[in-house]
Design a binder for this molecule. Structure first.
Ligand SMILES: NC(=O)c1ccc[n+]([C@@H]2O[C@H](COP(=O)([O-])OP(=O)(O)OC[C@H]3O[C@@H](n4cnc5c(N)ncnc54)[C@H](OP(=O)(O)O)[C@@H]3O)[C@@H](O)[C@H]2O)c1
Length: 284
């Protein structure tokens, strides 16, 4: 199988490049093909002739999207449409990465794939509109929604917390947003399996279990063997440009349908910390 990954230089993209074996994989960053430019996308697809395209490229700065709206829609919505058009022209299957931020967070039970989109931020809107365009341009595409991504390939919450606690004896973390952390390696493995199984439609993929950011931070500090005190606080004490859903746990039933299981987030966190500490060791 030939596979082309847009966004191969990102957090998930790096994990995909590391985990994908046994197929012919082409990884592209924005310098190889800027998805805002349909001609660059077509050229990249023509030269790699993929059976599957994985679209992990996005403008992921959720607060930045509020002030750079044009860029958010140009990359996340229009860029996604360009990739879907190129996939349709070249008979490639498409797997598009989307987000829990397509939901408003008003539910109190896990979001199912058929729940209505109601994004509260520009980032969420740009991804929700991309999902709809992709469904129209290339019916049968697979849309994988994930949440709270972490890993060693880029900026992420556990890394931020570990850097913060190295200089502080206590920190405040919000305790009124609930979701499911997702380790990039586990998500990459699930994406690979979904492509191999020919998945279609929307699939929710996160690590198993749920927590608040406060509970996540407390687990990070404790798993790292640190004594820093984490205080629970509320979102209104930390005003941010983009509104986040209060609750965005994604139901696993769409993933279970494909017989793909995910480890729980605490187990994923332990493996992340091992990977992070081995990455930090000098290379000699
Ligand atoms: N991070 C999360 O918590 C989270 C949560 C839910 C869903 N997701 C979704 O999961 C996917 C992967 O996220 P991530 O955290 O791995 O992203 P990331 O680390 O921010 O990486 C973004 C990737 O997109 C590429 N990119 C950005 N603008 C581009 C453009 N104009 N043309 C081509 N490529 C472009 C970047 O390439 P360069 O580095 O070469 O510029 C990079 O490879 C995204 O679709 C995101 O929306 C992420």
């Amino acid at each position: 199988m030939r596979v082309t990954i847009f966004g191969a230089s990102g957090l998930l993209g790096k994990a995909l490049m590391r985990e994908w074996r046994g197929d012919q994989v082409t990884g592209l960053g924005s310098k190889d093909a800027d998805i805002r430019d349909p001609q660059q996308v077509v050229k990249a697809v023509e030269s790699s002739r993929p059976d599957w395209i994985v679209l992990a490229a996005a403008y992921t700065d959720v607060d930045g999207c509020e002030t750079n709206r044009e860029l958010a829609f140009a990359v996340n919505r229009d860029g996604a449409a360009h990739v879907a058009q190129a996939a349709a022209q070249h008979n490639s299957r498409l797997l598009f990465l989307s987000t829990d931020y397509v939901f408003d967070g008003k539910k109190i039970t896990p979001y199912e794939v058929e729940d209505l989109r109601s994004p509260q931020s520009i980032y969420g809107r740009s991804k929700a509109e991309a999902e709809l365009l992709i469904e129209n341009i290339l019916p049968g595409s697979c849309v994988v929604r994930t949440s709270w991504l972490f890993g060693t390939g880029g900026k992420c919450f556990p890394d931020t917390i570990l850097k913060l606690v190295s200089t502080r004896s206590d920190i405040d973390v919000v305790d009124d947003q609930r979701g499911s952390p997702t380790y990039a390696i586990d998500l990459a493995r699930a994406v690979i399996q979904l492509c191999r199984k020919g998945a279609e439609g929307i699939v929710h993929v996160t690590n198993r279990g749920e927590c608040t950011w406060f509970e996540f931070a407390r687990a990070i500090v404790s798993a790292a063997g640190l004594k820093t005190i984490i205080h629970p606080t509320t979102t209104d004490k930390f005003p941010r440009p983009a509104k986040r859903p209060k609750y965005s746990v994604l139901s696993a039933s769409s993933l279970n349908h494909y017989g793909v299981g995910m480890p729980d987030w605490q187990d994923a966190l332990r493996r992340y910390l091992v990977e992070r500490s081995s990455d930090a060791k000098p290379d000699f």
